[in-house]
Design a protein around this ligand. Structure first.
Ligand code: FUL
Length: 458
């Protein structure tokens, strides 16, 4: 697959998914819009990521595939606790590592003996994926699964056609046994197999299979096709962050080369596909739980900053909170999640712009201005701008201004930025304002009305 040109590869994937392989010039094309599944994904705003497996018991981040399955002994495993903590945090979805790079399967896969079935947990009759998906449903959360393409245990890894069969068979188990799956997560790590053989994944086949078995699931990878990686694991989406993308810029998961990270971070205002960025980061230094990191759980301030640089930059936050060896989320992490939700609820509790009439004027082919009188003088320090993304993404540059008096004299700039999309949050030095103006100074099409929220801030 890697031998195809970037454009040929993107075309092959588009064809496998039933899309058009023909790239029209951007002036002719209708601007991309999200599918219902991509919209639902974005509206979740927050999902929790659960890295759990043999690494949890070996205190490692990457296993080598030679771990003894009997190491897996999560004595108090309670997926209900994971789901309740997620719900209390305001998350609407959860994603579990059904298989990480070590190849150990958290479900009793018929394709390998390297799984929970070889452990003593639940007498060898346990299925973490089942308990996880059941718990998600009980709490009204959407379930997602991570199935690492890189498998350091599978003997056929690196024998490309055979491993592609094996991988697709594992995917089929996961996507046919556990009810609706909202997101399938493909990470980009791709090491060598035994004997130094490198695996060439059949991505068109893999993506086509997921689409057929779970048509409503979104697929995440560097190369989408539905959701793209944001380009780093530090909790910061790009600025600008377009949800549109040129599919040839990152043609397959794990692609490297000039411009890949920049394309993942910022997208492309003229891109031909809707492929919004997901921001994955961990509440701790590592992805898996390590007792030695129990004192290094991110602070409320750090998590709040991450909220502003992810959800507040037109992205979705996938926050990793790893279960411990007991099979439970750690009390510190659970408490921090609850603190974050309490803080965000308080921060956005009173919207000074709610219900205030907005005077919206289109001022040019690619510009517009909104003005509103708040009806009283208030102190503001945070703004929220939103486009109606059901109709695509449009704004490329804006400025937010405020004036203290009803007659609108003494305008001063409060914030300025680039893209808006689903949501743009800005924090700025507190200002006393009665009137507020948002100038859309540049856009890729005629701007449509923005939703505007104004809050006091910290
Ligand atoms: C990466 C993996 O190598 C890490 O272990 C982790 O799972 C991260 C989310 O994706 O590709």
């Amino acid at each position: 697959m890697v031998t195809l040109s970037r454009r040929a590869f993107a075309t092959t994937i588009a064809t496998a998914l039933g899309g058009s392989a023909v790239q029209l010039p951007s002036a002719v094309r209708a601007r991309p819009r999200p599918s219902p599944s991509q919209l639902a994904w974005q509206r979740d705003e927050l999902a929790l990521f659960l890295h759990f497996g043999v690494n949890t018991f070996t205190d490692r981040e990457w296993g080598d595939g030679r771990e003894d399955p009997t190491l897996f002994t999560p004595a108090a495993l309670d997926a209900g606790q994971w789901a309740r903590a997620a719900r209390a945090a305001g998350a609407r979805a959860l994603i579990l590592t059904a298989k990480h790079h070590d190849g150990f399967c958290l479900w009793p896969s018929g394709l390998t003996t390297h799984s929970v079935a070889r452990s003593a947990w639940r007498g060898g009759a346990g299925d973490v994926v089942r308990e996880f998906t059941d718990a998600c449903r009980r709490e009204g959360l959407r379930a997602g699964l991570y199935l690492s393409p890189w498998d350091r245990n599978a003997p056929v890894y690196g024998d490309s056609p055979r491993y592609n069969d094996f991988y697709c068979a594992q995917l089929t188990e996961l996507l046919t046994r556990y009810g609706p799956i909202a997101e399938v997560w493909f990470d980009g790590a791709n090491g060598e197999g035994p004997n130094g053989r490198r695996q060439a994944y059949d991505w068109p086949r893999i993506f086509g299979l997921v689409r057929r078995l779970q048509p409503r699931a979104v697929m995440f990878s560097d190369a989408g096709p539905d959701v793209r990686w944001c380009g780093n694991e530090a909790g910061a989406a790009g600025d600008p962050n377009w949800s549109t993308m040129d599919p040839t810029a990152v043609p397959y998961p794990g692609a490297s080369g000039d411009g890949v990270i920049a394309a993942l971070q910022s997208g492309d205002p003229h891109g031909s596909v809707w492929r919004p960025a997901e921001t994955d980061t961990s509440i701790r230094p590592g992805w898996f739980h390590h007792p030695g990191e129990d004192q290094r759980v991110k602070s409320l301030d750090q998590l709040t900053d991450i909220w502003f640089t992810s959800v507040g930059r037109n992205s979705k936050l996938l926050l990793n909170v790893p279960p411990t060896r007991q099979g439970l989320l750690h009390a510190t992490d659970v408490a921090r999640l609850a603190e974050l939700r309490t803080h965000l609820t308080a921060l956005f509790a009173e919207d000074f712009a709610a219900g205030r009439p907005v005077d919206w004027r289109v001022t040019g082919a690619h510009s517009a201005a909104a003005e509103l009188d708040l009806g009283r003088t208030v102190t503001v320090g945070v703004s929220r701008l939103e486009e109606d993304i059901t109709r695509g993404q449009c704004v490329a540059r804006y400025a937010l201004q405020g004036a203290p008096a009803a007659d609108g004299a003494d305008w001063r700039e409060l914030a300025r930025g680039t893209t808006v999309g689903y949501r743009k949050l800005d924090r700025f030095e507190s200002a006393t304002v009665r009137r507020v103006r948002v100038e859309v100074q540049d856009a890729v099409a005629t701007p449509r009305r923005l939703r505007i929220g104004l809050y006091r801030g910290a």
